[in-house]
Write a protein that binds this ligand. Structure first.
Ligand code: NAD
Ligand code: UFG
Length: 339
């Protein structure tokens, strides 16, 4: 299939492109490089051994989309493009609503006019808010509002997609609700490259390990969890990438919305992740216990049985694999794609 990959220069997009090509698909990439670099595309090309079709364009630009859809026979779309910094989204919500919502509406309108109906959308476990219980099932009631504007854009887009499938227009839509993606390609040549000081745990730990940051602040050790620190479902980005290929090869029933958790089903605490990273890298991670981070929840991990039964997908890689791969990427590229 010819797959349009929006946000294909980004962290998850670049890893997914490798899996798509390895499974016989062709890709057309659109990315405005607002949170990524052309170097990621060049390195992805090296891994897959072919030149990739890349458009440096904004998904909100309908004229650019129209040209791409007219030029290429597109069979399906994976929509990664979006802004994702939770903290920033609270400070500048309009930037997030503008980018994430307008790009999605533009994309859906052009898809509809070109009769392209297969979409895989990057959603997030953030749509569950503070879950009533774990592991989280897709059937959990979604809150009307989550605590940050980033998460709210995911919730609004999912609502929009639910509305779209009931128009009986043969849309085949899958929202993949990612838990916490970590790790990097096993080559160590592509990986997560935050443009600023990382907000997320794994890139923060890797930058402490490589000496770019002094120490990790563990946000709270008084949660009702095994060791008091926050528990999350960390999923290797290569496994996550494979879930997209599985979603395309077992498409949704037309006019039936499906949302699927993509996680391992296993929770790991902050201190357990730090231990696993130290073990994989041989580097000691200095840390201090700090206050809880506003808006954080104690535990969040997936019931991943739906992905197994519908997509025949389950995570293969361990936390240790992910730590080893993150370390390989970070130690070989201490400044990310900037060299
Ligand atoms: P990323 O920032 O590395 O990749 C997103 C890409 O989209 C970037 O390359 C960016 O330049 C591009 N982009 C943003 N707005 C655009 C626009 N208007 N037009 C064209 N390109 C645009 O992020 P990622 O971690 O690869 O995440 C991919 C998707 O998965 C996002 O939608 C994100 O919200 C979602 N997601 C990520 C996580 C995570 O922890 N990484 C968790 C859950 C969901
Ligand atoms: N943490 C620290 N110190 C840090 C960073 C994080 O202790 O410097 C802790 C957090 O308190 C939390 C855990 O590590 O307990 C994971 O935090 P992350 O920021 O890595 O991930 P979150 O689960 O908070 O959020 C991530 C994404 C969101 C997404 C959510 C659910 O950042 O975009 O997962 O998918 F919505």
């Amino acid at each position: 299939m010819n797959i349009l990959v929006t946000g294909g220069a980004g962290y998850i997009g670049s890893h997914t492109i490798i899996e798509l090509i390895n499974n016989g698909h062709d890709v057309i990439i659109i990315d405005n490089l607002s949170n990524s670099s052309k170097e990621a595309v060049t390195r992805t090309e090296k891994i897959v051994g072919k030149v990739l079709t890349f458009y440096e364009k904004d998904v909100r630009d309908k004229q650019a989309l129209e040209e791409i859809f007219s030029k290429h026979q597109i069979d399906g779309v994976i929509h990664f493009a979006g802004l994702k910094a939770v903290g920033e989204s609270v400070k500048v919500p309009l930037k997030y609503y503008n980018n994430n919502l307008i790009s999605t509406v533009s994309l859906l309108e052009i898809m509809e006019s070109h009769d392209v109906k297969q979409l895989v959308f990057s959603s997030s476990a953030t749509v569950y808010g503070d879950p009533a219980s774990v592991p989280i099932k897709e059937s959990a009631t979604l809150p009307a509002k989550v605590t940050n504007s980033y998460g709210q854009t995911k919730l609004i887009i999912e609502t929009m997609l639910m509305d779209l499938v009931i128009t009986n227009n043969d849309w085949q839509i899958t929202a993949l609700r990612y838990f916490n993606p970590i790790g990097a390609h096993e080559s160590g040549t592509i990986g997560e490259d935050p443009s600023d000081i990382p907000n997320n745990l794994m890139p923060y730990v890797s930058q402490v390990a490589v000496g770019k940051l002094k120490e990790l602040s563990v946000f709270g050790n008084d949660y009702p969890t095994r060791d008091g620190t926050g528990v999350r479902d960390y999923i290797h980005v290569a496994d996550l990438a494979k879930a997209h290929v599985a979603a395309l090869s077992t498409p949704a029933t037309p006019n039936k919305y499906r949302a699927i958790n993509i996680g391992t089903g296993k929770g790991t605490s902050v201190l357990e992740l730090v231990n696993a990273f130290e073990h994989a890298s041989g580097v000691k991670i200095p840390y201090k216990i700090a206050d809880r981070r506003l808006g954080d929840i104690a535990e969040c991990y997936a019931d991943s049985s739906l992905a197994q039964s519908i997509l025949g997908w389950q995570a293969q890689k361990t936390i240790e694999d992910a730590c080893a791969d993150s370390w390989r990427w970070q130690s070989a590229n201490p400044n990310g794609y900037k060299g």
